[in-house]
Each structure stands twice: as C-alpha cells, then as structure tokens.
Ligand binder design. Structure first.
Ligand code: M6R
Length: 607
C-alpha cells in the first residue's frame, strides 16, 4: 500500500526522504517520488519502478540543491496504471501533495474543476485533490485545506506543500494512517513509525479532523478551523534493529525466527496467577460469560487465526463462534447485535475492510475487541477494547509472526471463555495455560534445523499446483499453509478439508501432484491417513507434517516433516512454523521476491 514521508529541519532532505521511503517499501508499491523546496520553486522527481531503479536513478541525473524540506511517496496503483505521471507527489508547481487512500467522489470534483478551466495530466484521484487545493488557495493554506476537505469524500492521508509557504508541510488524515515524528530540531510525517525510527522514536498520531503544520520551529496542531490543539507524544517501543534484517537473508526468515519471543511477548502480560487475564482492556470473565454470540472477523492470515480460534472456543467452551472475512461480513448485514462480542483481528490495524467491519459491529451495538499489532493504529483506536499482540514490526508482506501471535491469543481467549462459562475448572484452565506458555520452546525446536524444510522445498518447487489437507484444527492450519505458499512462491495451491476431497477435488490429483498433509490430531490421525492413501494411490507426492515420533509407512507418505511432541491442542501453533518454512524455501528456490511478492501490499488500506 502507498507510503507517505515528509521532512523539515536543517539537514539536506533528499537522502532522508529516500531512505524513509525505503523503509516503507515493505508495504508494496510500484513507483516512488519526492517533492522538495528548491529556491523559489517546488522540484519534483518521481519514477515508476523500484526506488533503486527508478527514483534513485533519476535523482543521480538531476542537479539537486540543498533542500531542507520535502515530501515523498511510494505509490501502489489504484486509479491509473503504474507510470511516472501517475506517481506522487502530484501538483501544479503551486501546490504539491502526496496521498494515501481513495477519493470516492473524484469524478465529480474533476468535472467541477474542469468547468473552472483546470486540466488533468494523470489518471489519479489524487490529482483532483491537488487541483482542488489550488482552486481554493488564495494565500492561506489552512483555509484552502479546510475548504477542500469539505468537498472530498473517501479515505485519505495527505502531506501537502505550498510553494508560497516555503519549508512548511501540512498534514491531514481521515481513515488512512499518518504519524508526525518529533526529532531534535527536525520534524517528520510518515505512514508508519518504521520510516523514521532511525531519526526519532517520538511521534504523534494524527487523528481525523486534525491538521499538523511542520516547519523549522517545530510542530503545531490545530483542528479544521485553525484552533490549536494539544496532543500526547507517543514513544515507539520498536527499535531500529527490530525493523532491519539483522543478518537474515529476508525479513520473512527473520520474522519466522522471532516467533518464540513474539509468542512469549503476547502471552506473558495476559497470564496472572497461572490464568488468562484480560483486565488490561476491560474484557472481564463476567462479560465473556454473558456474550450471546462471538464473531471473529479479519482478512487473510488474520481471518485464518480466527478459524483456529473457532475450533478452540467451540471445542473447549461449547460456545458457537462465527468467523468471517471482513469484506463479506461488512456487506451481508450480519446478525450482530447488542450483547455480542466481535473480535476484530489485524496485524496492521489499518485494513480497510476490517476497519469497516469494526465500525459496522459498533453501529449494531456489539462490544468490539481489537487484536492488533500496531500500536495506535486506526482499528486499535476505534475498538471498545484492545489487545496488542506485541510481535514487533512485521516487515515482510507475508505474515508469519503476526499470525502466530494472533493464534496464541486465540488459545488464551478460548481458555478464558471456557473457564468463565464453567466448561473447564480452574485446575484445567491452569494446566492448559501452562501448556500454552511452553509452546515457544517447541517452536524453537522447529527452528533449530532447516534441512527438512529445504529438502521438501526442493521436491515441490517445480510444481504447478498442490493441495494442503487436514482435519479439524489441521484443516484451519492448512488454510494458512496454503496461503503462505501461493502468496510468495506463486504456485497455485488450495487448502481442503481432508474428508471432503472425495466430493470433487480429488480429481485434481495426477501423477506427481504434491499434497501437504497436516496430521497432528491423534483422534483424527487414522482418518487422515485413509485420505492420504487415497491421494497416494492416485499418484500424489505426499508430504506429512506430523509428530516426529509417528511411524509413517513409506508407501503412505513420500516425505515426513517431524514435529516435537506436544499435546494435540497445541500442535497447530507449532506446525505452522513448518508450513511457513516450506513456503519460504520453495519461494527462494523459485527465485521469487520473498518479502515483496508481486501484486501484494502489506497494509491494504483500500477496499
Ligand atoms: O494487517 P492485517 O492483519 O489486517 O492484514 C490482513 C491480510 O491482508 C494479511 O494477513 C495478508 O493475508 C498477509 N499478506 C498474509 O500473509
């Protein structure tokens, strides 16, 4: 998704802006650009393609003066193809802007401005905002911004500069995130804090309806009518190191290895006297006992963590759980009402569909609990209750540690719902919680030797298509395994309930089709094996992910990925590591851009 940066201070800003944009590359983009104050004019340099090949290459050929203020952008095309002209910053020499989000009524604005004599060069919705600001500008930037924002509908975060107001940046947002960084004699704007961590850890979260004005003297916040407002300074706990690769070849590999620590960081603050405790956010046992329905809503991996949550809560607490994809939930008039709990899961806390699902749930009167990783994100701010998953920054587009910590939270939630509803007693709840706290060690054991995953990857990396199968919790897990593989290796894959294969999908099996089988649930093991035999007899190449101690007949599985011994209930949180690493090494062997897969963005802030 697009990324915004801006800098004002005493240092030369070009390399600061470009470096900050590099930090946002993980969000996904197809072009990048900067606009800086140069003498009496605004100079813009922008190019389609990777920063190193496009923008930086262009900058080398341009004479750049010592500018100390500018804005920058990485664009992920929505309106208009990726091209130099559609890249941001966009403006007309008098006003220049960078924009994240979507302007829904841009056609109407364009028609209006055209009738006033404005011409348009790009196909973007953003250009209509730049020209609208220019239209309203009569010397006072605040007045122009206020009037323009009254006209525009949609989601936006904007960084704006006016030629006549040298070395000043104006920032404003609605629904798309924007932070304002406070350095020593310099200030920043950025889509997220990772962009500016090497300069400062102190920042403000810009809220809807607030304008930040940044100049050499500092940062000034006002409401839309120019009334000054006081804001609370935040301190990022993430450090520069945690947002860098730290010797790993890819962020994804680093983040996979961070999972034992991340899971500990999610769990330990929520366990008191050996029992789950969510009092930090007001989610009491009384509330959990009373909720009529529990919904879990998210997108992609976040939704998959909800699938695991459903199996766990329904099994342990005997309480029905509805899991939904946010983009479906928000448009299907869901049966949510007062007395229900809606758990909203999101790593970024900015996913547009998930945010809208949250707003809808609130509007229908439900209690909302956000399970998010990014502190101060839109979803965290909007929800009634928040649990931060404490995974640290996840840079790779492909979610690994963020998924693991979401799942870890689902376990604790299931234990607490079951305990509060009297389905398990205190002793059992403590036993389960202690078992969960021991999971990070088992995850670590899966990370100690990569050779098994590399070997499996070497056997499947040439496949055109493959299947993931499992039953029960393994079925929920397979969905995540399949998503990992297709997302980064571009091999088509599908996750299927093992017992459902014979109702159609088994016809896809031909000689050599890889089938990855998750078989961690003892009660279902024999059933799964019979499904394995039926695919094997049709030519499938079978990879079994099961306990190391499980004796597998060579006629049944071609390769085994052994897991450390653990209670059935906990094995999905352990075996997902194997799924992630198989996907990772397969993508590496295929030469794919693991951290930045094609067509994908880390944070999907548009519908
Ligand atoms: O930031 P979110 O957790 O809301 O993101 C949701 C999905 O976009 C995300 O999990 C996506 O599916 C990942 N790329 C999967 O690896």
């Amino acid at each position: 998704m697009c990324g915004i940066v801006g800098f004002v201070g005493k240092q030369a800003c070009t390399s600061i802006l470009v470096n900050a944009l590099r930090k946002l590359e993980y969000r996904g983009y197809d072009s990048a650009g900067i606009a800086i104050f140069e003498g009496e004019r605004i100079k813009t340099v922008k190019a389609q393609g990777k920063i190193s090949e496009g923008l930086e290459a262009k900058l080398k050929t341009e004479p750049i003066f010592h500018a100390t203020c500018g804005i920058g952008h990485t664009r992920w095309a929505t309106h208009g193809e990726p091209s130099d002209v559609n890249s941001h910053p966009i403006g007309n020499g008098r006003v220049s802007i960078v924009h994240n989000g979507i302007i829904e009524n841009y056609r109407e604005i364009k028609a209006f401005l055209t009738s006033k004599g404005y011409g348009f060069e790009s196909e973007t919705d953003t250009e209509t905002v730049a020209k609208l600001l220019d239209y309203y500008y009569e010397g006072d930037p605040m007045e122009a911004i206020e009037k323009a924002l009254e006209d525009i509908q949609g989601a936006y975060a904007l960084g704006i500069i006016f030629r006549e107001h040298k070395n000043k940046i104006y920032a404003v947002r609605k629904d798309s995130p924007l932070i304002v960084g406070k350095g020593d004699g310099e200030s920043y704007i950025a889509s997220d804090v990772t962009a500016i961590l090497e300069h400062t850890r102190e920042y403000y979260c810009l809220e809807r309806g607030e304008i930040a004005v940044l100049d050499e003297r500092g940062i000034h916040f006002t409401d839309m009518h120019g009334e000054p407002i006081e804001k609370e300074l935040q301190t990022a706990t993430w450090d520069v190191e945690s947002a860098q690769k730290g010797g790993y070849e890819h962020f994804m590999l680093k983040e996979i290895h961070e999972q034992p620590e991340a899971v500990k960081n999610t769990l330990s603050p929520r366990v008191k006297d050996g029992l789950p405790d969510f009092s930090e956010c007001g989610l009491t046992a009384e509330k959990l006992r009373e909720y009529k329905h529990i919904f879990i809503v998210g997108c992609g991996s976040a939704m998959h963590s909800g699938m695991v949550g459903k199996y766990l809560i329904e099994d342990l607490a005997r309480t029905p759980v509805i899991v939904d994809i946010a983009s479906e939930f928000r448009y299907r008039n869901p049966l949510v009402s007062s007395g229900d709990l809606v758990v909203i899961v999101s790593q970024s806390g900015e996913t547009a569909d998930t945010l809208e699902a949250l707003k809808l749930s609130k509007a229908k009167g439900a209690d909302t609990l956000a399970v998010v990783n990014v502190v101060g994100s839109s979803i965290a701010r909007e929800a009634d209750m928040v649990i931060y998953t404490n995974a640290g920054p996840e840079i790779s587009v492909c979610s690994t540690k963020a998924y693991a910590v979401q799942v870890a939270f689902m376990y604790l939630l299931a234990f607490e719902v079951a305990y509060s509803r009297g389905k398990i007693d205190e002793e059992e709840c403590k036993r389960l919680t202690a078992g969960l706290l021991a999971v990070p060690e088992k995850i670590q054991m899966c990370l100690d030797d990569m050779s098994g995953y590399q070997f499996v990857a070497s056997k499947i990396f040439n496949a055109d298509s493959l299947l993931y199968i499992g039953r029960g919790l393994d079925n929920a897990l397979s969905m995540e395994g399949s998503l990992k593989l297709k997302e980064i290796s571009y091999i088509h894959s599908e996750a299927y309930a093992a017992g459902e294969l014979k109702h159609g999908t088994i016809s896809l099996i031909e000689d050599g089709t890889p089938v990855i089988v998750a078989a961690t649930q003892s009660a279902l093991f024999e059933k799964t094996l019979s499904n394995v035999r039926s695919v094997k007899s049709r030519g499938a190449k079978v990879v079994m992910i099961c306990r190391e101690s499980e004796a597998i007949d060579a006629n049944c599985a071609d390769y085994k990925v052994g897991l450390p011994d653990a209670e059935d209930l906990f094995l999905p949180l352990i075996s997902v590591v194997a799924m992630q690493l198989i996907a990772y090494y397969t993508a590496v062997q295929r030469g794919c851009d693991v951290d930045k897969p094609r067509n994908l963005a880390k944070s999907v802030t548009v519908e």
